[in-house]
Design a protein around this ligand. Structure first.
Ligand code: NCD
Ligand code: ZN
Length: 344
């Protein structure tokens, strides 16, 4: 297949940052996607509907002229989030989910929840008003091996949440293991998962191929090949429980190429091309559109987008880096040539 026309996709998990870096991230995401679920982990986290409104306005003002793009906002769940804040979020019409970061799990997660069982009144309110819980699914106990943190989280935390709140919509974000796939498959239709392009294309060997590769370091960390294959099977299965969420997370080059480098892979510059590569690798391009453009929208109760994008076999070289006023970002597959090219 050399050409594919598919309904315009949504990115159901993205980090757009703020300030200088936001313009670059918004320029890239709005070139391919109609809507995106925007993560709230700014250095000052988005913990209220008022903050989300202001952040949304800043994003809207950085959309390039002539593009239509809708940021779908999220709130950052903290130990201080109240049921009243949940009602305000739902009532706003622009907040689409609440993100749960276990405190200390990843970039800018210091304000995350220390004890989720103390937030059950908040989860009950979310369940009642139909606001999904977006989950960073890793335990933070440093004695748990980093490659096991997702599975331990599912067994010790998430399984309890879905049992306690059967009506709560839950999205296990950026899944990385066959255990996550098995769990999501075993749950009701209220439980779904996003899958990133880089977790479909890389395994943990790619962190160390020929030397340490800081631009492949993200959280949850890449896992072994058997897990990658399970993710590819889930994404290409045609199950509406799995949909596109890039987790594209730009960091300035120097903060990744460092003695203590940041976690996050930047994929927004060619997200659809990366997913096309993954689906093509198993002969499943006919299933791409459901994953990129139907299932996520349906799960969030959104109408399908009206526009279309075109993927064509037309080699493109990824640049070595993107400049922005605060520095440079090294994109995923920098300097490599991709087979596919996505246009609107
Ligand atoms: C994300 C970031 O940089 O904000 N990093 C990452 O490795 N995925 C945070 C996150 O989603 O965990
Ligand atoms: Zn993320």
């Amino acid at each position: 297949m050399n050409e594919l026309i598919i309904r315009q996709p949504d990115d159901l998990h993205i980090h757009l940052r703020d300030g200088d870096l936001m313009s670059l991230a918004v320029e890239h995401v709005s070139a391919q996607f109609q809507r995106a679920i925007v993560m709230p982990n700014l250095s000052l986290p988005v913990v209220s509907t008022t903050m989300a409104a202001k952040y949304r306005a800043r994003i809207l003002s950085s959309i390039p002229a002539g593009r239509t793009f809708s940021p779908l906002m999220t709130l950052y769940l903290t130990d201080r989030t109240t049921p009243a804040e949940i009602r305000a979020a739902k009532g706003s019409g622009f907040v689409y989910g609440v993100k749960y970061y276990p405190a200390g799990a990843t970039t800018n997660s210091d304000s995350g929840v220390t004890d989720l069982s103390a937030r059950y009144n908040v989860l009950a309110e979310m369940s009642k008003c139909g606001l999904p819980l977006l989950v960073h699914g890793e335990v933070t106990d440093k004695s748990v091996d980093i490659f096991d943190r997702e599975k331990v989280f599912i067994d010790s935390v998430l399984s309890k949440i879905v049992t306690e709140f059967p009506e709560l919509k839950v999205i296990l974000e950026h899944i990385t293991t066959s255990d996550a796939v098995d769990f999501v498959d075993s749950c009701s239709e209220n439980v779904a998962a996003t899958i990133t392009a880089h977790h479909l294309l890389l395994n943990r060997n790619d962190l160390f191929k020929g030397g340490i590769k800081p631009h492949h370091y993200c959280l949850p960390i890449l896992k072994r090949e058997t897990h990658r294959l399970a993710l590819v099977r889930a994404a290409t299965s045609g199950s509406p429980k799995y949909f596109l969420g890039t987790d594209s997370a730009p960091h300035e080059k120097g903060t990744k190429e460092a003695a203590c480098g940041c976690a996050g892979v930047y994929t927004s510059h060619a997200a659809m091309e990366f997913y096309a590569m993954a689906f093509e690798s198993v002969g499943a391009l006919d299933r791409l559109e459901g994953f990129t453009s139907h299932y996520g929208a349906k799960f969030y109760g959104l109408p399908l987008n009206e526009g279309y994008v075109k993927l064509i076999k037309n080699p493109q070289k990824i640049v070595d880096q993107y400049s922005y006023p605060g520095g440079v970002v090294v994109p995923f597959k920098a300097g490599e040539t991709l087979d596919w090219c996505c246009t609107t």
